[in-house]
Design a protein around this ligand. Structure first.
Ligand code: CUA
Length: 297
């Protein structure tokens, strides 16, 4: 948020300069305009005092801008350390975001949860091409580059849901590479952590149980992980607690049964270029899979 403060400071200083300069310009043009038609006005050259003044004023303005700019850059690039700092590894994929909490043993996708008023140190990487991690209302951007770990930090000062977007053209569905950040109260965050750390129980509902069987017998397990099952793929999002999310497909769609069914029916039709192919699932299979995925709270 210091970046926003800096932006506002510079913006308002620029407004004052603009109004003053344009005001004086208009005043001079009107007040000293040519009123009579006789003769050429007296020709003058140079005014040392005036020239010194209009050199010094911009110097002062630039100093006032430079000091907070440098301290803000220093603050933004100093990654906080210590036991109070939450560490999250952010990995860009075509076209979704993976969030890993190394100290908490949590792996999730599309939605990052953080506690309010807490410094969060992010390590940003990419699994394929260059992406860019950006949550406009929380912090600046940083690139996600393959085989490189970029670091940044942010802090959510108010509870709420914040939209994120990949900011680096990264292929067909770049514009669909979205995510959300949930800034939660400490208690809500702790409850979320506890839920995410648990291994979901096998489904008891018959429809969901059928979906679990389909999941295990189809190609799903090759790309997705669901803790407590044989699904250990790492190409696609970890689905262990899929049912606790609010969005699907790289936060492109709200997680409703209808949207999930549409996605399972033809992923590349929903998100152009999607690595998840059309698996040719029948409507019955999709219904069971939706029930199963929803049960993974
Ligand atoms: Cu990833 Cu654009």
């Amino acid at each position: 948020m210091r970046e926003a403060g800096l932006y506002n400071l510079i913006f308002w200083m620029a407004v004052v300069v603009f109004v003053l300069v344009e005001g004086l310009l208009l005043f001079t043009a009107l007040r000293f305009r040519r009123r009579t038609s006789d003769g050429i006005p007296s020709q003058i050259h140079g005014n040392t005092r005036l020239e010194i003044v209009w050199t010094i004023i911009p110097v002062l303005i630039l100093i006032v801008i430079a000091v907070p700019t440098i301290t803000t850059i220093a603050s933004a690039s100093t990654i906080p350390q210590g036991p109070d700092v939450l560490k999250v590894t952010v990995i860009g994929h075509q076209w979704w975001w993976e969030f890993r909490y190394p100290d908490l043993g949590i792996v999730t996708a599309d939605e990052m949860h953080i506690p309010v008023g807490t410094k969060v140190a992010l390590t940003v990487e990419s699994a394929d091409v260059i992406h860019s991690f950006w949550v406009p209302r929380l912090a600046g951007k940083i690139q996600a580059i393959p085989r490189r770990q970029n670091e940044m930090w942010l802090q959510g000062d108010e509870i709420g849901e914040f939209y994120g977007q990949c900011y680096q053209l990264c292929g067909t569905s770049h514009a669909n590479m979205r995510f959300r950040v949930f800034v939660q109260s400490k208690a809500d965050f702790d409850a979320w952590v506890k839920d995410q750390q648990a291994v979901p129980a096998p489904p008891t509902d018959p429809e969901a149980a059928k979906g679990a069987q389909i999941f295990q017998s189809k190609a799903c397990v090759g790309c997705h992980t669901i803790a407590g099952t044989n699904a250990k793929g790492t190409i696609g999002p970890n689905l262990t607690h899929f049912g606790s999310r609010t969005t699907i497909a790289g936060a492109m769609l709200e997680k409703t049964d209808a949207n999930l069914a549409m996605w399972l029916h033809d992923p590349p039709g929903v998100k152009p270029g999607s690595i998840m192919p059309n698996l040719g699932l029948t409507d019955d299979e999709i219904k069971a899979l939706v029930a199963y995925l929803d049960s993974l709270k």
